[in-house]
Design a protein around this ligand. Structure first.
Ligand SMILES: *Cc1c(COP(=O)(O)O)cnc(C)c1O
Length: 402
């Protein structure tokens, strides 16, 4: 009889949802309670303050929605923009593509800078486009910080410099769904007007809690309206409805209660490790993964070192090999979940997510499993080479900075 149970832990190495620390999981096992009770703000009020740290903000305003990251994209666009507004963005992977698709379907006039997949936002092109927009018709610049589909991180500080160099007043919206809580993110310093996060990646929670950190400038944009007809419709995601209630620790509708308890615990985990250590750990684990890829003689989807993402590595398989077959085999045979190639790179890459709650030995498990699954599928890598390269790098580079 075929076994119906896979023994041992599943090795979850998709770049979201990520592994949930046991203590965070336990913190979410709570009875239901009255979200209008006098006790409830004891839980919620500190969350609005404490969540700002992962955004690198003290000046921003946090909104918490029962939604996935996609919902928070919508909240940023609909609260601040009007039908037909011009927005400037670049497309270099499936997530930047989907955000563009949303903006178009909402009725925005989207100026798309196509960048090669494996690269990211080009600050010089952004500056040129903004300089050319002398009437300031472009209302926002949208950038995906970490393109999860290709394993590419864009330089948001450089995007901010480009906007300032052009002397352009456009808002800056940044998708940090697979970076915030794992990669350095400085919403105040970079003057990010809407910084967008989801719960199931760096925040180490299940999907279902969408988080946005909004600047004063974006709040003002949300208040000003040139008439009800050309505002983008937003009801569920209306910041103003939340603002009326959040100050006292309440929400306009039923919050996702267990996720709020989970968020409190996940933020405690990040605080106890120290955000600088969290960022350093991701940098070390990202580099160890890339050392393994190099030892296999393979290439990453990221075209140059400057694009390397420290939360996800997309690995190009040799011509004639189906990456989807490797992913399926890794799961069925070794209980290892690797990320699939999406859209343009489907079948060409598999992804190792190294985001959230992991350490040296968990990463080495994924590298060993990927290596075994590749060998089983005819990829002629040197057995043990990836594990050897990653482990010697990890021995030399401790995860904790301090
Ligand atoms: C996962 C992800 C999203 C989408 O988030 P959902 O929670 O699946 O809606 C958006 N952007 C990036 C960069 C992501 O990695």
């Amino acid at each position: 009889m075929a076994a119906t149970r896979r023994p041992g832990r599943n090795h979850l190495f998709v770049p979201g949802p990520t592994n949930i620390p046991d203590r965070v999981q336990r913190a979410m096992i709570v009875p239901s309670e009255d979200h209008r009770s006098v006790d409830f703000p004891t839980l919620t009020k500190p969350l609005f303050e404490e969540t700002k740290a992962v955004f690198g903000s003290t000046e921003g305003t946090i909104f918490l929605f029962p939604a996935s990251g996609t919902g928070i994209w919508e909240s940023a666009l609909t609260n601040t923009l009007h039908r037909g507004d011009k927005v400037l963005t670049s497309r270099f992977g499936q997530f930047s593509h989907l955000w563009i698709d949303m903006a178009q379907r909402l009725g925005l006039n989207v100026i798309v800078q196509e960048e090669e997949w494996g690269t990211g936002a080009n600050p010089q092109r952004i500056e040129e486009a903004l300089r050319a927009d002398t009437n300031h018709e472009i209302k926002a610049v949208m950038t995906v910080h970490n393109e999860t589909a290709t394993g590419v991180t864009s330089d948001i500080g450089a995007v901010r410099k480009a906007i300032d160099a052009a002397g352009h007043p456009a808002l800056l919206f940044v998708d940090g769904v697979s970076s915030i809580g794992s990669l350095p993110f400085y919403a105040d310093e970079w003057k990010v007007d809407c910084a967008i996060a989801g719960s199931q990646k760096g925040l180490m929670l299940p999907a279902g809690l969408g988080v946005i950190c909004v600047s004063q400038k974006a709040l003002k944009a949300a208040e000003s309206s040139s008439g009800p007809n050309d505002r983008l419709a937003h009801v569920y995601f209306d910041w103003a409805d939340h603002q009326k209630q959040n100050g006292a620790g309440y929400f306009p509708y039923t919050p996702a209660l267990p996720l709020l308890y989970g968020l409190r615990e996940a933020l405690a985990c990040l605080r106890e490790e120290g955000l600088e250590n969290v960022y350093h750990r991701h940098a070390v684990l990202g580099e160890a993964t890339r050392q393994a890829v190099a030892a296999w003689g393979l290439k990453t989807c990221a075209k140059e070192a400057k694009w390397n993402s420290d939360t996800v590595t997309a690995i190009l398989v040799p011509e004639g090999v189906d990456a989807a077959a490797i992913i399926k085999h890794a799961f069925v045979r070794y209980n290892l979940a690797l990320g699939a190639g999406l859209s343009q790179v489907a079948g060409k890459v598999f992804r190792i997510g190294h985001v959230g709650d992991l350490n040296e030995l968990s990463l080495l498990g994924a590298i060993a499993g990927a290596e075994m699954a590749m060998l089983d599928n005819g990829v002629k890598v040197q057995p043990g080479s990836g594990v050897a390269a990653a482990s010697s790098y990890l021995r030399e580079n401790p995860l904790a900075k301090s």
